[in-house]
Design a binder for this molecule. Structure first.
Ligand code: PLP
Length: 393
């Protein structure tokens, strides 16, 4: 007999998805209505307005791609890159590598500016690359590298791009809702994010926004966008402003209720307050990890509060720790990716997961599991250190 699937109740402190609020799950279970129902169209307009708030932009072409963050990435690249276009890609982790793939698959040429994993994008090296390639059309970079926990200086990078007459494509999958982000003030032309990181919505939707400058470039393309589904020219008729909505695809209706709810939660909290909350809980987690004797791989000046990459104590089997956390505490933390596999853990404090309760759970559970293994850590001090941090701020 087939049986229903009941997932275990976890605490999600990995690189995403993050814990989804019961409010968002309840919204997801409301009645499905038609995707061209006038009330659903009104909901789409509200989602757009809430996304404009979250991105801090007036861009009319701000909407949610009906697929995960990776599709938002493709949407930006396939619309802006034409065969033969030169794109400067700054890579400082796993996701910058995917940008290169996207450029090349769209027929473009990727000029790579490489930085070591765990470092922010070096703005001087990007300035040099832009100078050496005056014909470059686009600068692409990841704002918050989830593979390493490094935050790059998006404002400076966008200024450099402008000075070189380049458009910008920015990956804000992990930064949106967790770190300061100002699309209009910084002059970002195309940006994509995800729902399952700091927005704490269900996975599978990708908020994007395009500046008018980017839209002009897209309208003047010589070749057709190679993806029918992600072609902005066609999506304009579905998500666009004044014109009557035309059928393009069927939006994930219930997931859109969930996104609306999560954005409403963010707006009610206030985005600056959300950034501060991420910062504060990171401070407590850091106090605990450091008391245990563990180290962060990213320099304090460019460290993400929502993604904490820490080294593994000498001689510890990192996979065993993760599986004991999952089995014994129903707690998920992340492993290292790519060149950092086996070398770090990635502990997420994203969105609804970023709470003092989760900080204490994670520190207490990791302390207990590693103490039990005889790991070389300072036992029994992490939770206390986090408590002292909260009491002092
Ligand atoms: C998670 C993530 C993505 C991909 O998002 P999916 O929803 O998994 O497709 C892209 N970029 C960054 C920086 C991410 O953290």
């Amino acid at each position: 007999m087939d049986t229903p699937f009941y997932p275990p109740r976890r605490t999600l402190m990995g690189p995403g998805p993050s814990d989804v609020s019961p409010r968002v799950l309840e919204a997801l279970s409301r009645d499905t209505i038609g995707h061209l129902d006038p009330q659903f169209i009104q909901l789409m307009d509200e989602v757009k307005r809430l996304l404009q708030y979250a991105f801090d932009t007036k861009n009319e072409m701000t909407f949610a791609v009906s697929a995960p963050g990776s599709a938002g990435m493709e949407c930006c690249f396939v619309n802006l890159v034409e065969p033969g276009d030169k794109v400067v890609v700054a890579q400082n982790g796993a996701f910058g590598g995917r940008m290169k793939e996207n450029v090349e698959r769209a027929g473009g040429e990727a000029i790579m500016v490489m930085d070591d994993w765990g470092h922010a994008v070096d703005t001087d090296k990007v300035a040099e690359a832009l100078k050496a390639n005056p014909d470059a059309k686009i600068l692409a970079f990841v704002h918050a590298e989830t593979s390493t926990g490094a935050l790059s200086d998006a404002e400076t990078l966008c200024t450099l791009a402008k000075e070189n007459d380049c458009l910008t494509i920015v990956d804000a999958v992990t930064s949106l809702g967790g770190s300061p982000l100002h699309v209009d003030d910084w002059g970002i032309d195309a940006i994509y994010s995800g729902t399952q990181k700091c927005l704490s919505c269900v996975p599978g939707i990708s908020p994007v926004s395009f500046s008018n400058r980017a839209l002009d470039v897209i309208r003047q393309r010589e070749t057709k966008v190679q993806s029918w589904f992600l072609d902005i020219n066609l999506l304009l008729g579905y998500w666009g402003g004044e014109t009557k909505r035309a059928y393009h695809h069927t939006a994930p209706v219930n997931a859109m209720y969930a996104l609306h709810e999560s954005l409403t939660i963010l707006k009610n909290e206030g985005i600056e307050k959300a950034w501060n909350r991420h910062h504060r809980n990171h401070g407590a987690l850091k106090a605990g990890f450091e008391a245990m004797g563990m180290n962060f791989i990213v320099d304090e000046s460019s460290r993400l509060p929502q993604l904490n990459a820490v080294t593994i104590p000498e001689g510890v089997d990192e996979a065993q720790v993760r599986s004991q956390l999952l089995d014994g505490y129903s707690l998920e933390i992340g492993a290292g990716l790519g060149s950092l596999a086996g070398k770090i853990w990635r502990v997420g404090l994203m969105g609804h997961s970023s709470t003092p309760k989760n900080v204490f759970l994670c520190l207490g559970a990791m302390d207990a599991v590693m103490t039990d293994m005889g790991a070389p850590i300072n036992s029994g001090v992490a939770v206390k250190a986090a408590r002292a941090f909260y009491d002092a701020v």
